[in-house]
Design a protein around this ligand. Structure first.
Ligand SMILES: [Zn+2]
Length: 423
């Protein structure tokens, strides 16, 4: 089977390469095992020891260590360990001091992202290594086109340098995230500059912001309380309505798309309402809903007059299915709404959210297939069509054979060829 312009519609390009070069915490079966991990120079950012990928669900009693408990393992240097969903992080007392923080050492959402921003910067050389590693990761998985949600001007310029050198083996559609309204104008200026520089392989599309958290961290905003909690928590709205509306309006006025991280049904509904308010003033543009893991039929109806595109990650179902019913309760009926969107003719695409999930066409196909017997409505269409780039500027060709990626050609150059198996 030959696929043209196979795309992953939601990725973090730099982070994908970075995490492949970062200390992995995915295999820990107890937080105390942190002290057994290698302390190679490459796992330090300056004097900070940094890792990614822990999941307390795999630890005894799901216990998350405090800064003081981490001090017992790491008394001599600051540490920062990010959770597998990228929505929380842990530090020790030296870390708290350098970050100017107090508290338990566990940070979520905005505070976690701010912390990451305060860690010592990577060198240009390291960042180039991450981008090359990322291209290789996507190419090996069959992808020639990606839509990035984690970029900034310096990443964009670095990708263009690699493009000129013939070393960027992907088409990248960029969306620059903005952390809060205060930083918006700065992000907008970066986006305007990069749009003027847009090239065949790198094009600036829009601005992204987070409106809620994740189901894994119980921070996705739901219309009903989390069924497994006794505190009646609905999750978190991380931006105010006014700020979200201002960013949608300012982005559209400047001709940019808006991409909003919305996982819970309440988050999507509120964003769709805000977008409708902006568009009722005669200001329009494209609204990308990232994840949209839970969607009420009423919300889907309200999307119709807007230019909405949803970006879903079936593979999240594979990771979430163990606790999905427990957390969502009756909202489970609205989870992973690909078929509801298809029936409503709202355009959508599939992706991985790499590095949160590994980029993989096959994992998404597997999730679409297996989720049916767990009560998720079957997608009544060829799933491949949601994995093809809708606006290719350069050509990619992926050969799939026996359920494996056989060969990937990007702009007439072979960028991946499966090695013959040794017998
Ligand atoms: Zn993402």
């Amino acid at each position: 089977m030959l696929l043209k312009n196979l795309a992953d519609s939601h990725v973090h390009l730099m982070a994908t390469g970075q995490i492949r070069c970062t200390l992995s915490l995915a295999k820990l079966r107890d937080w105390r095992e942190l002290s057994d991990l290698p302390k190679d120079r490459e796992f330090f950012r300056d004097h900070w020891y940094v890792g990614f990928g822990w999941d307390e669900n795999l630890w005894p009693g799901k216990e998350i260590p405090t800064a003081q408990q981490l001090d017992q393992l790491f008394p001599d240097f600051p540490v920062y360990f990010s959770r597998c969903d990228g929505h929380s992080g842990l530090t020790n007392s030296l870390g708290l001091r350098e970050l100017g923080r107090t508290g338990s050492g566990l940070f979520k959402e905005k505070e976690h992202l701010e912390n990451l921003g305060k860690l010592p910067a990577y060198s240009d050389e390291a960042r180039e290594r991450f981008l090359i590693e990322s291209c290789r990761t996507f190419n090996e998985a069959g992808f020639t086109h990606v839509r990035d949600l984690g970029g900034n001007e310096s990443q964009f310029l670095l990708a263009q340098k690699l493009e000129k050198e013939g070393r960027l083996t992907l088409q990248v559609d960029w969306n620059f995230p903005c952390q809060d309204l205060k930083s918006f104008e700065n992000v907008l200026r970066q986006a305007i500059r990069c749009r003027q520089l847009s090239s065949a392989q790198n094009e600036l599309k829009g601005i992204k912001f987070f409106f809620d958290g994740s189901l894994g961290s119980d921070t996705a905003l739901l219309s009903k309380p989390y069924a497994h909690r006794c505190d009646h928590s609905h999750g978190r709205q991380v931006w105010s309505d006014d700020d979200a509306k201002a960013v949608i309006q300012r982005s559209w006025e400047n001709g940019f798309e808006v991409a909003v991280h919305t996982i819970g049904d309440e988050a999507v509904d509120r964003i769709v309402n805000l977008a409708r308010e902006v568009s009722s003033k005669g200001i329009g543009g494209r609204l990308n809903l990232e994840h949209a893991e839970v969607l009420q039929p009423e919300t889907i109806k309200k999307m119709k007059p807007l230019h909405v595109v949803c970006h879903l990650q079936p593979c999240h179902w594979l990771s979430d299915k163990a606790w999905l019913d427990q957390k969502l309760g009756e909202l489970k009926a609205y989870a992973f709404p690909w078929e509801a969107l298809r029936r409503a003719k709202i355009p959508f695409f599939f992706g991985s959210d790499s590095p949160i999930e590994p980029p993989s066409l096959f994992r998404n196909l597997q999730a679409l297939d297996e989720s049916v017997s767990f009560g998720i409505a079957a997608l009544k269409a060829d799933p491949i069509e949601f994995h093809l780039c809708p606006s290719p500027r350069v050509s990619g060709e992926t050969e799939v054979k026996d359920g494996q990626i056989e060969r990937v050609v990007f702009q007439n150059k072979i960028v991946f060829q499966r090695k013959p198996e040794l017998i």
